[in-house]
Each structure stands twice: as structure tokens, then as C-alpha cells.
Design a protein around this ligand. Structure first.
Ligand code: GTP
Ligand code: MG
Length: 138
């Protein structure tokens, strides 16, 4: 079995979509094994998104992710990393397929950063790294 890190981003928490997002993940058959509402500090967010350092959207992305609490979860199941990415849909919410979290519930706003409700780790290496960052006791 496999684990992934899920974040309900600040837009999802603000819009009261935490339950809806976790519901879709659980309804698919995955198991939430850790769950915490958290205000992430800049160091944690910079480490989380280290792969994007130097890109033009890096500073706005950290600002957005720090603009309110997130809900962090560790989710478990066979092929869950791929599965959650599939449930989330494409990064750009305007074109994310209907039926996905982003496709059904997000859109593009006139803001500096793409607000797309949810994060899921993109590989086993990312998942291990991100789970260690957000849930060091696991
Ligand atoms: P995360 O789950 O947040 O990691 O999204 P992702 O894996 O679908 O996308 P990626 O890791 O490539 O990018 C992380 C975040 O940076 C995205 O969710 C967007 O908010 C933002 N982002 C990525 N690419 C772009 C881009 O080309 N332009 C802008 N403005 N923002 C971007
Ligand atoms: Mg990513």
C-alpha cells in the first residue's frame, strides 16, 4: 500500500469545501490516516514547494498558501498517489475535467496565483518528502 499528502488549500478552507474534498477521496475508497488544520509558516511552505523556487509564481504561491489555514491529511491506499492526482484534476482549474475536484469546484480568478483548492503529492519521492515535512511524527 501507499501514502500521499493531501492539502486542502486556503481557498478550499475559506469556501468550506474541506468536507466535500475529503468526501470525494474517502468515497473513492482511500483511507485518511492523519488529519490536521494548520496555519503553515513561510519556511514550511517554501520547503513544500522547493521544486518551484525561482519561478515567477513562487512568491505569490507562498503568499496564497499562507493566506489562511490549510487542512493537511495523509491518505492511504493502493496507487493513492496517482488516484488523488486523478481526483484533483489538472492544475489549471479552467480546463480541469468536469468530474474532478478542480473541474467541478474551482475556476480561474483574476489573481497572481492559480487557486485550485487541493494539493496531492506527484510521486512516491514527493509523497515521502512531504509527509515527513507536514507530519514528522508519522
Ligand atoms: P500542487 O498540488 O499545488 O502542487 O499543484 P500541481 O501539482 O497541480 O502543480 P505544480 O506543482 O506544477 O504547481 C504548484 C502550484 O503552483 C499550482 O497549484 C499553481 O497554484 C501554481 N502554478 C503552477 N504552474 C503555474 C504557472 O504556470 N503559472 C502560475 N501563475 N501558477 C502556477
Ligand atoms: Mg505539485
Amino acid at each position: 500500500t501507499e501514502r500521499t499528502l493531501v492539502l486542502v488549500k486556503p481557498d478550499g478552507v475559506r469556501r468550506a469545501l474541506t468536507g466535500e474534498i475529503l468526501r470525494r477521496i474517502e468515497a473513492k475508497g482511500y483511507t485518511v490516516v492523519a488529519l490536521e488544520r494548520r496555519s503553515a509558516d513561510a519556511d514550511l511552505l517554501a520547503a513544500h514547494y522547493a521544486e518551484h523556487e525561482g519561478k515567477p509564481f513562487f512568491a505569490p504561491l507562498l503568499e496564497f498558501m499562507g493566506s489562511g489555514p490549510v487542512v493537511a491529511a495523509v491518505v492511504e491506499g493502493n496507487r493513492v498517489i496517482e488516484g488523488v492526482r486523478s481526483l484533483a484534476g489538472a492544475t489549471d482549474p479552467t480546463v480541469a475535467a468536469p468530474g474532478t475536484i478542480r473541474g467541478d469546484l474551482a475556476r480561474t480568478w483574476d489573481t497572481a496565483v492559480v487557486q485550485n483548492l487541493v494539493h496531492g503529492s506527484d510521486s512516491p519521492e514527493s509523497a515521502a518528502r512531504e509527509i515527513a515535512l507536514w507530519f514528522p511524527s508519522l
